[in-house]
Design a protein around this ligand. Structure first.
Ligand SMILES: Cc1ncc(COP(=O)(O)O)c(C=O)c1O
Ligand SMILES: [Zn+2]
Length: 416
């Protein structure tokens, strides 16, 4: 692929031929996550031409900046574009210039993870692989299960037993072989590494497969395309668990900026729950070393002790002059209710975290009322209905008799 120069270990900097079939660095082992280096001259000359002429209007149209071999490896599932909603009622309520809301809860399996799964499947199809294994808090698993089904590729999934029922229901219905692990997401992750090694399975667990963070760049590519390559937001908020989404998203903007396709670079701001803030803490300590910490947050998708993609998450956010903030679970629940009641967007807690971050950043003076802001909604509220509706008012119960109408009249007085 003339568009890609090399794969490079984020830990020791060793470079590899982009065709070399390895997942992680042979010196650093499992923490030696690889990153793809692109030829930005090639990008400059070919990216926009390909975006316009591509046979596909989904994320594969951006393939000049993706490690995708050829059109025959494209997924059968169409992934994207997700809508960009310019909020009015929500922004008026917060007292800020209209926020752009990119709602990836409307992708095929209802989360941002479809972007990465599409790339993993394309890579697996190119290599003739017929089984993909993954550990996940739930969404990445549902995504790989949903996108492998139409390809006739078997998915083998490890999730924590605490994964919300809707995510488990997706997995079973998509025909995955599902294992709930007696332990946390981090335990499921370790098991996926061991099983993939023992059975020589293709792995779609986050970070260790480097094509995943490349797929996550497409949120940036798509947003910029939808904005016609101008009026790029000054600041973009996204929630963070393992750090794969934010590392990829920030790299997407950096790729476009470094190849001269956009002339301004948004600051990407990562939002973590106070109860799962390992990347935030490392970023603010000025280090690329993390301190692993047991998580406690109701936002299950971003509940992570050992964030696997922390180096890309820290480095790429620094490169675009972004930062990290934390929010409480009650601020997350409040943000869910605001998204729903002001804009009709149902977001799972981990997804509403990005909006909670906007409100916090405004309070802290990190952004102002006139900052051009975008947020990503990374997962649909139907994935976890009780978590997503925590701040929503409960229904009013009506008695089982004619007094029901009397109750209603007290609430909605008739004229006269
Ligand atoms: C809905 C949702 N938001 C955010 C994230 C965080 O992504 P990452 O773990 O790549 O930081 C996830 C990951 O599972 C997710 O499912
Ligand atoms: Zn290395």
């Amino acid at each position: 692929m003339e568009k890609i120069i090399s794969k490079e270990c984020v830990k020791c900097g060793k470079t590899f031929d982009f065709n070399k079939d390895i997942m992680t660095c042979d010196v650093c082992g499992i923490e030696g996550i690889l990153d793809f280096n692109y030829d930005y001259d090639f990008t400059r000359d070919n990216y926009l031409k390909e975006v316009e002429s591509s046979s596909r209007k989904d994320l594969f149209r951006f393939n000049v900046l993706l490690p995708v071999a050829d059109t025959s490896s494209y997924t059968r599932t169409i992934v994207g574009p997700s809508p960009v909603i310019k909020s009015q009622r929500l922004s008026d309520h917060i007292g800020i210039k209209p926020i752009m809301i990119k709602d990836d809860g409307r992708l095929p399996t209802s989360s941002y993870k479809d972007r990465a799964s599409a790339l993993a499947i394309s890579d697996a199809k190119h290599k003739g692989i017929n089984l993909i294994c993954a550990a996940s808090t739930g969404n990445a698993a549902a995504s790989i299960a949903g996108l492998t089904a139409p390809e006739g590729i078997q998915s083998v999934i490890f999730v924590p037993g605490s994964a919300p029922a809707a995510k488990l229901a997706q997995l079973g219905t998509y025909g995955a072989k599902v294992f709930t692990v007696d332990g946390s997401y981090d335990d499921a992750f370790t098991l996926s590494l061991q099983a993939a090694e023992m059975f020589n399975w293709y792995l779609r667990s986050t970070a260790v497969n480097p094509v995943l963070s490349e797929g996550k760049k497409t949120g940036a590519f798509e947003l910029v395309h939808q904005l016609n390559y101008k009026n790029i937001p000054e600041v973009v908020f996204v929630s963070v668990g393992d750090g794969c989404i934010i590392g990829g998203l920030a790299k997407g903007f950096l790729d476009l900026y470094r190849s001269g396709i956009i002339s301004t670079l948004p600051r990407v701001i990562g939002v973590q729950s106070e109860g799962s803030s390992v990347i935030h803490d490392a970023f603010h300590s000025g280090s690329e070393n993390i301190v692993i910490k047991s998580p406690w947050t109701r936002a299950d998708s971003i509940s992570v002790a050992f964030p696997r993609d922390y180096i890309k998450a820290i480095r790429n956010v620094k490169s675009c002059d972004g930062t990290y903030i934390t929010v409480s679970d009650s601020e997350i629940f409040n943000a869910s209710f605001l998204l729903g009641s002001k804009e009709g967007i149902f977001a799972e807690p981990a997804a509403a975290t990005s909006l909670a971050g906007v409100i916090k950043a405004l309070e802290k003076g990190i952004i102002s009322k006139s900052t051009d802001t975008a947020i990503f909604i990374t997962g649909n509220g139907l994935k976890d209905v009780s978590g997503s509706s925590m701040s929503a008012p409960k229904p009013t119960q009506l008695p089982k008799s004619e007094t029901s109408l009397k109750t209603l009249k007290n609430i909605f007085p008739l004229p006269g």
